[in-house]
Write a protein that binds this ligand. Structure first.
Ligand code: GAP
Length: 466
């Protein structure tokens, strides 16, 4: 059985050390989350796969790491200062503040209201008598007002005249556009080619929530793929397939995936066409990845505002032009949540017991092989340590030795953290019990099938390497 509610996954994440409430010892901070030992490894292994899949294994991609704080003129030229807005609405009764479009979409899932003006949203909320989700009161809302999502922060050590406001980046994309000329000059890439980048993005979301689904700071991975204008439809289709192909490679349930194209009203200020890859979460179908055709909007605006030449010169014909761009964007924090939700399973076993098991793709599992000595006997622990050293030297597997608790309890714990393979070292392994494993053999247990196989210790690296 998959997770029926988000709470099941939130609770497992806390219990096992994937994700904790942020600043918990001070009572937390709303919608702030810290990745624990297992969550940090999970998120980084998704990120590493993305870098390998979309950058290092391709000849047409480069990776950069631009600054989070940029000259504020960047955000003026990109249109974010003027257009990166959501409409918010307040409840006069309980003073709750909400995103006006979410109030409507949470009640009427099929009614897409992205792009509607604050006046239109106010009208829909009044007409449908949507109650305040916090206090339940109807017809208690103010008019909707626009609110800019960029995180503003003062720069400078002294207050007053020396100080000016800058923005924390609201998307990674702008770092790639402002470096376009540097990259052309240093990497000598020819069209089509992509610039990739990843890291934290910040948005002053009015209603964050659903665990790490929507937060104020989040990890984002995206690339700008520069093309000739006439190729945009072909490239758009190609990258939409590539986004879905990667999800399939990771083993995400394809019945829970769908593609939804944005209506004209929903399009971001920079986009001519956008499609989202959505996932069916316990709280409805939600955007996981986006894909936008940004045309030449960004390079053209930066060229106009900075007065710098950001054109591409065709090396064969010397033709000069501003390339167009397709932007596949992957929310890493959101993908981490979807991978947790998709992996979650509650199963009844043949012996009547039940287990919770995280069926992560082995490549993503925070622990890939756990070595379990049958008891705390020092000889078994020593043998387990030798096996750990052997696998550590001969493979790149993420390993753990788990000693505490009964073997059954340890299997349950490893299932809950999604460890694909457990190795049990028993008295047979050390040649001390003919009724257990053969000497120098161990029992290897598969997380999903629960099959158990006796394998010679010396062949473990070859058998288990991913
Ligand atoms: N450069 C394009 C861009 O930023 P976006 O659709 O606004 O596009 C990209 O965001 C992705 O970032 C989304 O598809 C989603 O996965 C993720 N995302 C957006 N806002 C988020 C938030 N507040 N918290 C977590 N993830 C978010």
């Amino acid at each position: 059985m998959p997770a029926e509610s988000l709470d099941q996954v939130v609770s497992l994440c806390k219990r096992r050390g994937f994700i904790f409430p942020g600043s918990e010892i001070y009572g937390g901070l709303a919608n702030s989350w810290d990745y624990g030992p297992l969550g940090a490894v999970l998120k980084n292994s998704i990120r590493d796969w993305w870098v390998e899949r979309f950058v290092t294994k391709r000849q047409d991609m480069v990776l950069i790491d631009p600054a989070i704080i940029m000259n504020p003129k960047v955000w003026e030229a990109s249109g974010h200062v003027e257009n990166f807005n959501d409409a918010m609405i307040d409840c006069k009764e309980c003073k709750g503040r909400f995103r006006a479009d979410h109030l409507i979409e949470d009640k009427y899932e099929d009614l897409k209201v992205d792009g509607k003006s604050p006046e239109e949203l106010t009208e829909i909320i009044a007409e449908k008598k949507i109650p305040c989700p916090r206090c339940g009161k109807k017809e208690s809302f103010t008019n909707a007002r626009v609110f800019n999502l960029l995180f503003r922060t003062p720069l400078g050590v002294t207050e007053g005249e020396d100080q000016r406001d800058v923005y924390l980046r609201g998307e990674i994309a702008q770092g790639m556009f402002v470096n376009f000329r540097n990259i052309l000059q240093t990497s000598r890439k020819r069209l089509p080619f992509g610039i990739a980048s990843l890291g934290k993005a910040f948005r002053n979301e009015i209603t964050p929530g659903n665990f790490i689904f929507r937060t104020l700071e989040f990890d984002l991975m995206e690339f700008e793929y520069f093309i000739r204008e006439q190729d945009w439809e072909k490239q758009f289709d190609y990258w939409l397939k590539e986004e879905q192909n990667w999800l399939k490679e990771m083993g995400i349930d394809k019945k829970k995936l769908r593609v939804r194209e944005h209506t004209k009203d929903e399009l971001s200020h920079y986009s001519t066409k956008t499609a989202d890859v959505e996932y069916e979460t316990p709280f409805g179908w939600k955007e996981l990845f986006g894909l936008a055709y940004r045309g030449d909007f960004d390079l053209k605006n930066h060229m106009e505002q900075s007065k710098q030449d950001l054109q591409y010169t065709d090396p064969d014909t010397n033709e000069k032009f501003i390339p167009h761009v397709i932007e596949p964007t992957f929310g890493l924090s959101r993908l981490t949540l979807i991978i947790l939700l998709d992996a979650y399973n509650e199963e009844k076993l043949e012996n009547g017991e039940s287990r919770t098991v995280m069926k992560f793709n082995p490549r993503l599992a925070p622990v890939q092989v756990a070595i379990l000595p049958l008891s705390k006997d020092e000889r078994l622990i020593k043998k387990a340590q030798e096996i750990y050293e052997l696998l550590n030297e001969k493979t790149n597997l993420r390993l753990d030795i788990d000693v505490t608790g009964s073997i059954g309890k340890r299997y349950r714990r490893q299932d809950e953290i999604g460890t694909p393979t457990c190795i049990t070292v028993d008295f047979g392994t050390i040649g001390d019990d003919e009724n257990q494993c053969k000497k120098d053999h161990v029992t290897v247990r598969d997380r999903d099938s629960l099959d158990q196989q006796e394998i010679a210790v010396e062949s473990l690296p070859e058998k288990l390497a991913l």
